[in-house]
Design a protein around this ligand. Structure first.
Ligand SMILES: [Zn+2]
Length: 135
């Protein structure tokens, strides 16, 4: 049996499950609003991008965790089956060869939850975004 939160409409297996209820306004709230196993992946990708872009500001933009420096540099977000990274269309073109094993469309990289995150590649893409976009 499932319990549906009357406020946000999310479903949980436990009645009165504690969860972040509402529109996330910070990356922490965004991560807390996701399911448990997904939260772990989100924390991982956040720490990868955070350490790649120490000067960028973390904020929510387009309802997604975002790194900002003068403008949006890169976003990430949780989907049902994958973690999405949104570095812009130019980045997915420049890194196309290295991304060939992943499900990529212009501006979107979909990383399946059951695979290890390509940490080095994510870091390099984030740095590239910062160099290109924050001029
Ligand atoms: Zn709720």
């Amino acid at each position: 049996m499932k319990w549906k939160c009357p406020k946000c409409g999310r479903e949980f297996s436990r009645i009165d499950q504690q969860h972040y209820c509402g529109k996330p306004e910070t990356i922490d709230e965004y991560i807390e609003s996701q399911d448990e196993p997904v939260q772990e992946k989100l924390r991982e990708v956040r720490s990868i991008i955070r350490s790649a872009l120490p000067e960028a500001e973390e904020r929510m933009s387009w309802s997604m965790p975002t790194y900002w420096r003068g403008r949006n540099l890169i976003h990430f977000a949780a989907s049902k089956k994958h973690l999405g990274i949104y570095p812009g269309g130019e980045a997915t073109t420049v890194f196309a060869e290295e991304l060939k094993d992943y499900d990529v469309s212009k501006g979107t990289i979909r990383l399946p939850y059951n695979k290890e995150l390509p940490e080095d590649l994510i870091r390099r893409i984030a740095v590239w975004c910062c160099e290109q976009y924050s001029k």
